[in-house]
Ligand binder design. Structure first.
Ligand code: C5P
Length: 314
């Protein structure tokens, strides 16, 4: 378990949406979703340590893009959990960041989920899974999935989860963009694009349909059945805001990926490959093409947030 009594660390995966159906805009400003989440083997580690006051530090290449004040979702998670537990939130949060920032891979949500799990452990809170998921849902639509991981159907604003049967590993190449996209602005752009077209077919009603065919394909473990069914309703909006992503998507397919999609609200692009070896080849070719800031391989589905031993050097 975690070293000493004064610290706890959680490791939390990134996510992609194999299907992201966006329904109509709701009264509360969120969109009704029907999405198939998949957790990927790309992780942030979140350590919380007993301290005199709440603080947050970030380690990793993208650390400068992450807010370290009270607005950080991991800090908000700790404050929320402390309030529920009737105690002060005095911990030093240290995030070891590997998930792209503002990339559509739930990096901020992963950090919130990690902070929740680690702080609950540090403070020895006796919380049920349901209570933890409730707090997670209040923090953000993707935070519950960051806790549960695996593959899951998300409805509501993405916070209502049902585990989805899956077989084997799927192999991905992840192309990280040089500049992030803000999730609200991508949803707004989708609304704008929909408003500028005519007819009910664009109102988003189709967005809440369950991706049954894709669920069958995931359960079979057949990557060739999964590839043509990948779908993201937010993709046209992300492409409208960052037109160069078209080039990235084309380059991935030309490099040999079976299919490529914008991940969530983007701008990260995810390419599904036939095998782990194929993913390494596609990644090498994509790196050379210069269409992405960084290119990585990952596989999934993997498990959600879990406690790991604390690294004493961080
Ligand atoms: O839940 P979260 O804080 O991650 O959502 C960020 C923003 O993304 C929301 O404020 C909203 O603008 C948009 N969003 C949405 N519909 C969803 C989820 C998020 O419109 N289902």
């Amino acid at each position: 378990m975690n070293a000493g009594l004064g610290a706890a660390t959680a490791r939390v995966p990134a996510k992609i949406n194999l299907h992201l159906g966006v329904g109509p805009l709701r009264e509360d400003g969120f969109h009704e979703l029907s999405t198939l989440f998949c957790a990927l083997s790309m992780y942030d580690d979140v350590t919380v340590r007993t301290a005199d006051e709440l603080s947050l530090t970030v380690r990793g290449e993208s650390r400068r893009q992450v807010p370290t004040d009270a607005s950080n979702l991991a800090a908000r998670a700790v404050v929320e959990l402390a309030a529920r537990a009737g105690r002060d939130p005095h911990v030093a949060i240290a995030i070891d960041k590997h998930i792209p920032v503002a990339g559509g891979m739930a990096g901020g949500s992963a950090d919130a989920a990690g902070a929740l799990l680690a702080a609950a452990r540090l403070w020895r809170l006796d919380l049920s899974r349901t209570e933890l998921l409730e707090i997670a849902a209040d923090l953000g639509s993707d935070v519950p999935f960051s806790l549960t991981g695996g593959a899951a159907l998300g409805t509501g604003r993405g916070e209502k989860l049902l585990p989805v049967l899956h077989r084997g590993d799927f192999h991905w190449v992840i192309a990280v963009s040089g500049s992030g996209l803000s999730t609200p602005s991508v949803y707004r752009e989708l609304d704008r694009l929909r408003d500028s077209r005519d007819g009910a077919e664009h109102s988003g009603d189709a967005g809440t349909r369950r991706p049954d065919e894709l669920m069958v394909a995931i359960a079979s473990g057949d990557v060739h059945a999964v590839a043509p069914l990948l779908h993201n309703d937010l993709q046209p909006a992300a492409l409208s805001l960052q037109p160069l992503l078209r080039r990235t998507l084309r380059a991935g397919r030309e490099a040999g990926a079976l299919a490529g999609i914008v991940s969530g609200s983007g701008p990260t692009c995810a390419f599904l490959c036939a095998t782990a070896d194929a993913a390494v080849e596609v990644a090498a070719e994509l790196s050379g093409s210069g269409v992405a800031k960084a290119v990585r391989t990952a596989s999934g589905p993997v498990a959600g947030a879990r406690l790991i031993p604390t690294d004493k050097n961080h």
